[in-house]
Design a protein around this ligand. Structure first.
Ligand code: NAD
Ligand code: IPM
Ligand code: MN
Length: 363
C-alpha cells in the first residue's frame, strides 16, 4: 500500500522521538512491501519560531491531505508567559479541532518485564488492560467565554465547560462500540454530583445503553475513578470520559506502565486522517539530551498502522518488537532499574528495528 504521513515533530523531545518513529515506520514499509511518504510540517513552538504562529495554515492543509498524522509534542518554557492563543499548546488544540478528532484512545497495558518500573505493587498490576476513551474537542478546553475580567472588586476569571448533547452522544457511542469489541464493560466517568454537564453525560450514557445491551455499563465519579485506577486497575475495560478528566486520568494511568514515556494515543474522528501522538509532553527537563523514551511514539505508530491503514500484521509486529526489547532487558533512563545501563533514544530505536526485522524474518 502507498500511504502519505504528515510528521509534526514539534518541540523538546518531540523531534527526538518522532525521528526514531519515522525510521521505524520506514523499516515497516521495507519489511512489508509498502510505500510510506513522509512530509514534515511545523507545529507548536517550532512553528512560532519559523512562521510566527503555533498552527500555520499550511500545516493544517498538509495534515488534511494526508492519510495520517504523526505528532511528537508541543510546549516549551520560553512560551509559558504569553497569551494562551499564542502558546504552542494552542497549535495542538487547533489541530485536533481542525481535524475533528473528537475521540482520543489511550490504551493502558502492563508490559510484564517492566513491572519493576511501576511504583505500584506487582499484585495490583496483574490483568491490567484497559483503554481510556477521552473526549478531545469539547468541554473546558474549548468553551467560551474564556477571559479575565477587571471588576470593581478585583480580577475575575472565566473558563467555560460547554458540551452539546450531540458531542456527548458521539463519544459515548464510540465508548460502547469499543467495549463491544473488547471485554464488554464500559465505565463512564463524570462528576454528576456537582456538574450539570456531567448529569447530561450520565443521562445520555443511560439512554444509549438500550442500543448496546450486551455492554455492562457503570458510572464512577471522577475522584473515585482516580482512586480506583491506583487501587485496582484490573477492574477496568473501557473508561469513557470528558476532555479534562481524561487528560488527568491518563497521566495517572501511565504510571501503571512504569513511565509516561510508554503511553501511546490515537485521536480519531469521523473519517478524516487520524492523529497519533504519545501521551507525554515535550519534557523540557530532558530535551536535547537524546535520552527520551521513544516507545510511546513507536506504539502510537503501531496504532496508526492498525486504525488508519488497517495494517494489522504490521501493527502487531511493531508491538512485538517493543515487547522483545523489554524482554531483552533494554531500557531508556525513565524505565531503567538500578543495575541497568540506560540506552539513548537512538539506541532504543535501533534495537526495536533490529527486533522488527527478526520478527518478520521468523514468520
Ligand atoms: P511532560 O510529559 O513533558 O513531562 C513530565 C515528566 O515526564 C518529565 O519529568 C519528563 O522528563 C518525563 N517524560 C515525559 N516524556 C518522557 C519520555 N518520552 N521519556 C522519558 N521521560 C519522559 O509533562 P510536563 O513537564 O508537564 O509538560 C512539559 C510541556 O509539554 C508543557 O509545555 C506542556 O504543555 C507540554 N505537553 C504537551 C503534550 C503534547 O504535545 N501532547 C502533552 C503533555 C504536555
Ligand atoms: C495531552 C496534553 C495536551 C492536553 C496539552 C498539551 C494541551 O496534556 O495531550 O494530554 O491537555 O490535551
Ligand atoms: Mn496531558
Amino acid at each position: 500500500m502507498n500511504k502519505h504521513i504528515t510528521v509534526l515533530p514539534g518541540d523538546g523531545i518531540g523531534p527526538e522521538v518522532t525521528a526514531e518513529a519515522q525510521k521505524l515506520l520506514e523499516e515497516v514499509a521495507v519489511q512489508f512491501g509498502h510505500t510510506f511518504e513522509f512530509t514534515a510540517a511545523h507545529i507548536g513552538g517550532a512553528a512560532i519560531d519559523a512562521e510566527g504562529t503555533p498552527l500555520p495554515e499550511q500545516t493544517v492543509a498538509r495534515c488534511k491531505a494526508s492519510d495520517a498524522v504523526l505528532l511528537g509534542a508541543v510546549g516549551a518554557p520560553k512560551y509559558d508567559r504569553g497569551p494562551a492563543s499564542g502558546r504552542p499548546e494552542a497549535g495542538l488544540l487547533g489541530l485536533r479541532k481542525a481535524l475533528d478528532v473528537f475521540a482520543n484512545l489511550r490504551p493502558i497495558t502492563v508490559f510484564p518485564p517492566l513491572a519493576a518500573a511501576s511504583p505500584l505493587k506487582d499484585e495490583v498490576l496483574t490483568n491490567v488492560d484497559f483503554v481510556i476513551v477521552r473526549e478531545l474537542t469539547g468541554g473546558l478546553y474549548f468553551g467560551t467565554p474564556r477571559e479575565r475580567i477587571q471588576t470593581d472588586h478585583g480580577l475575575e476569571v472565566v473558563d467555560t465547560l460547554r458540551y452539546s448533547e450531540q458531542e456527548i452522544e458521539r463519544i459515548l457511542r464510540l465508548g460502547y462500540q469499543i467495549a463491544q469489541q473488547r471485554g464488554k464493560r464500559l465505565t463512564s466517568v463524570d462528576k454528576a454530583n456537582v456538574l450539570e454537564s456531567s448529569r447530561v453525560w450520565r443521562e445520555t450514557a443511560e439512554r444509549l445503553h438500550a442500543e448496546y445491551p450486551d455492554v455492562e455499563l457503570n458510572h464512577l465519579l471522577v475522584d473515585n475513578a482516580a482512586m480506583q485506577i491506583v487501587k485496582d486497575p484490573g477492574q477496568f475495560d473501557v473508561i469513557v470520559t470528558e476532555n479534562l478528566f481524561g487528560d488527568i486520568l491518563s497521566d495517572e494511568g501511565a504510571m501503571i506502565t512504569g513511565s509516561i514515556g510508554m503511553l501511546p494515543s490515537a485521536s480519531l474522528g469521523a473519517g478524516g486522517p487520524g492523529l497519533y501522538e504519545p501521551v507525554h509532553g515535550s519534557a523540557p527537563d530532558i530535551a536535547g539530551k537524546g535520552i527520551a523514551n521513544p516507545l510511546a511514539s513507536f506504539l502510537s505508530a503501531a496504532m496508526m498502522l492498525r486504525h488508519s491503514f488497517g495494517m494489522f500484521a504490521e501493527a502487531d509486529a511493531v508491538e512485538q518488537a517493543v515487547q522483545q526489547v523489554l524482554a531483552d532487558g533494554l531500557r531508556t533512563a525513565d524505565i531503567a532499574g538500578p543495575g541497568d545501563t540506560p540506552l539513548s533514544t537512538a539506541e532504543m530505536g535501533e534495537a526495536v528495528r533490529t527486533r522488527l526485522r527478526a520478527t518478520v524474518a521468523a514468520k
